[in-house]
Design a protein around this ligand. Sequence first.
Ligand code: NAP
Length: 256
Amino acid sequence: MDMMTKIYDKTMLAGQNAVVTGASRGIGYAVATALAEVGANVAIVDYCDEEISGKAAETLAAETGVTVKAYRCDVSSYEETEATVKQILSDFGSIEILVNNAGITKDGLLAQMTEEQFSRVVGINLGGTFNMTRHVTRAMMRKRYGRIVNLASVAGITGNAGQVNYSASKAGVIGVTKSVAKELASRGITANAIAPGFVATDMTKDIPDDAPLKQQIPLGRIAEPAEVAALAVFLCSPAASYITGEVIRIDGGLAM
Ligand code: NAP
């Protein structure tokens, strides 16, 4: 039995349609999997080769029995996200859940950071969250229901040397989350942010185990993507119906 169906009924989100960005690998794939395990249909929105995301969608559909489709889209493009959301609505009929997960890093100290390094990271991490939220919430508002979960980071709360661009983008994601929560609460839409510390994905594979920050984690290890996904599913579950505008750290105690 998978982790999600140990906690929730596997039909908990049956009939709901979820859009997860950056979902062909890493945390996004774990979130897509966890949502599918409790019955949600999933649209995987990704930048990579259609063959890769198509395969991820196929595997997920075969494992869970829900409908999973892959869409190629650069979330930093307003026009591409608009067209993609339109296509998803035409394929699925409605969108109840949006998980803004697509993100990148281009680390470097401020003195060496180029304008391109700054604007690309902010454009994808923060701009992508704005673009997808802007387009998806139109449909959510009509239905007067929606759950939005944004991937921030502890770097957006505490800052991090070498990550001026990334920290700024994630602090921005927290600002978007709280403002959207206030604007759209009356339409039955909640918006919350998840702030992970270190999670075992491609994004962190080059950070050595003896890196000082890793050594400061009270729980003594980095997170598995499935642990972050479990929190995302909770925020999309009926149990989280009164939580909005919240930022939840999931970092093994790193930033407390
Ligand atoms: P990852 O393994 O590097 O995966 C990132 C995903 O985002 C990939 O699927 C990637 O697609 C997609 N993506 C990148 N640029 C895109 C674009 N322009 N348009 C659409 N999709 C795009 O990253 P991860 O570790 O799973 O991180 C997921 C989220 O959690 C990110 O927002 C990250 O900032 C946040 N986070 C991660 C950690 C961590 O320790 N891993 C900690 C805190 C926060 P391709 O496959 O096409 O590249």
